[in-house]
Design a binder for this molecule. Sequence first.
Ligand code: ATR
Length: 272
Amino acid sequence: MSDRYAVIGRPISHTKSPLIHGLFAQASGQALEYGAIEGSLEGFEAQVQQFRNEGGRGMNITAPFKLRAFELAERCSERAQLARAANALKFEDGLVVAENFDGIGLLRDIEENLGEPLRNRRVLVLGAGGAVRGALLPFLQAGPGELVLANRDMTKALALRNELDHPLLHIRRYEALQGQTFDIVVNATSASLVGELPPLPGGVLGKAGLAYELAYGKGLTPFLRQAREEGVARLADGVGMLVEQAAEAFAWWRGVRPATRAVIDRLTIPLT
Ligand code: ATR
């Protein structure tokens, strides 16, 4: 029997993970099965346990279970610890091990697929929720010139800074960004999911080489629209991040890093 993996979330019907991992397995000649499980709000932990008992080797975790997956794990990576969330689990040596590949997937997409290395660049990240928690450590490790984080709720943003306490990380109110410019701007708020625009002062996006929207498949969101109007050279949504985080998990589980370009191209929905 081939090794079994699955993604669990609620709702799960929209997931692209079985397609992505199926393409990776095919291209790299790995024999594995990858399914999708509709998670239960009451019984998530029991579902993970059952999958493991039935011989499952690892799982991807998506909303709303990333925090619970982190909590049930017996061992975790530093980035999962900072994110306090897991998007991948591995069952090995009798333990449940947690990882979080969302941030590293985002970083790889920006640096390698979109050709915008963070080193010495001015980077602006919008938001201070779970998505940002996952991204901060890989971003800071990439050595940006400066990493500015803006959020409406300053308490949340300052709490993150206190946890990380990194000299390159600066917390700003949106209003305080007036007159500043950045090389790379990442919208990691959930504003686009409800068709809203973070309260960015006009002109902040103007000089950026890249505006990156974490949401995938939402087309030209208000943030990307504003970026286009202000003349940002390149717009991107989270399709590359989605595929890159999957590639990281695949490599972690299988010891083989799959190629991602063709899979990204296949899943890309034009930004119109
Ligand atoms: P996720 O796990 O997707 O990051 P989350 O933890 O609920 O979701 O965090 C959502 C983030 O989006 C928060 O940073 C939130 O900002 P506040 O903490 O200031 O509320 C941000 N957000 C949501 N809607 C927004 C909007 N319209 N403008 C700006 N930020 C918004």
